[in-house]
Design a protein. Structure first.
Length: 385
């Protein structure tokens, strides 16, 4: 096995090494009999070298994931799948360094030796603005729920068939641990993610390598590829509200809106103003809590959000919430509101009015027999068959 010397042109500077020196990486060459196709040569800038398909797939996956998760520096960790021991040395690389051929070949070699490849955007003692949600046991529609709630992932990685990890960018600037960890725990609870992975500096898998865990082996016995299923750079649309809620405290937000059954408000719901004090993060927390309590998503994989709004409005009004608060919650937290409503104000007006009417309406009477009870031996059209 050839190695690139620390003083050669192929050496890669590692700003995270303890010595601060250049590191050398093992380089694996394809067999000389292999002939590079024109498309492969063009992909690598026409370099007259031989490239294997595995290297090409790794390079493309890494490039796409880094493009969806831009950062000045990335922390890369290699953990052995059986012993759970890390590969010696710390690795802090820029995107350019991580995409170099010697770096990728070094990581692929360690991966073949049984090491899983993990990474995260790095910002010293802060979170770089990205939250990992480990969706190992999440429901099938979880990604749709994330998009509906404004928590769109910038990257979704399939670590093995049926197992996903989602990265959500919640800030364009680094966040202190005291904010990033509560956000991570909140998202893990909301989407049934792994709570053990909910902290500010948890690493996720880097796409383009294989999952070496023995329990994740395919029926053929081969390790599955870690695949990039979605990549789109950008902040989640409700990222600001997640940060606001973390700043004020999730418990404080929930307590501010906790109501007790004390009868209906005398204010006419149809003309209730929007409560300007209610924060969007607080509204989202209340709305999502009621969605879960009413089991809307479990009962209806593709809910009619107008019906969900009505149900939640009735529940909140019956517990003493003011009409202005209920209106604010629907306005701020109903998924993709105002959706297709040409007059959102009229929609809220009608929803609150309907909720109020349903609350005061007498219980529905027992249904009377629509047809006379047929006599024994009757052969009429409504007799039992």
């Amino acid at each position: 096995m050839d190695r690139i010397g620390a003083n050669s042109l192929g050496a890669v500077e590692n700003p995270g090494s303890l010595s601060g020196r250049l590191e050398s990486f093992p380089v694996y060459r394809a067999p000389l009999a292999a002939v590079p196709t024109p498309c492969l040569v063009a992909h690598f800038g026409g370099t007259p070298a031989v490239y294997d398909m595995g290297f090409l797939l790794s390079s493309q996956a890494i490039r796409r994931q880094l493009a969806a998760m831009p950062s000045d520096t990335y922390l890369v960790r290699l953990i052995h799948s059986c012993t759970r021991k890390p590969f010696p040395g710390g690795r802090l690389w820029s995107a350019a360094q991580l995409l170099l051929e010697p770096t990728i070949r070094f990581l692929r070699a360690r991966n073949r030796e049984g090491f899983d490849v993990y990474f995260r955007p790095y910002a010293l003692d802060h979170n770089a603005g990205y939250i990992l949600v480990d969706l190992d046991c999440a429901p099938p529609m979880v990604l749709t729920e994330m998009r509906d709630n404004g928590h769109e992932p910038c990257a979704v990685i399939e670590t093995s068939p049926g197992h996903l990890q989602a990265w959500i960018r919640v800030s364009g600037v680094p966040l202190p641990a005291k904010l990033a960890t509560p956000i991570s725990r909140h998202l893990a609870r909301l989407y049934q993610g792994d709570p053990a992975s909910a902290d500010w500096r948890h690493v996720g898998r880097l796409a383009g390598f294989t999952n070496q865990k023995p329990q994740r082996r395919l029926p053929s016995g081969w390790p599955p590829w870690v695949k990039l299923r979605h990549a789109a750079a950008g902040l989640a649309s409700h990222s600001r509200y997640l940060v606001e809620a973390a700043v004020h405290g999730w418990t404080q937000c929930s307590a501010r809106f906790r109501v007790s059954p004390r009868g209906q408000s005398s204010a006419p719901p149809s003309h209730a103003p929007v409560d300007s004090v209610l924060a969007t993060a607080e509204a989202a927390t209340v709305y999502q809590a009621w969605l879960s309590r009413l089991q809307v998503r479990k009962r209806f994989p593709q809910p009619d959000w107008s019906i969900a709004d009505l149900w939640i409005a009735k529940e909140l009004l019956s517990r003493g919430a003011s009409p202005s608060r209920v209106k604010s919650i629907l306005c701020l937290a109903s998924p993709q509101f105002p959706r297709g409503h040409s007059d959102p104000e009229d929609y809220l007006h009608r929803t609150l009015a309907r909720a109020a009417r349903d609350m005061t309406r007498a219980p529905f009477p027992a249904r009377e027999a629509a047809w006379p009870t047929p006599s024994m031996g009757s052969t009429g059209p409504h007799s039992p068959r």
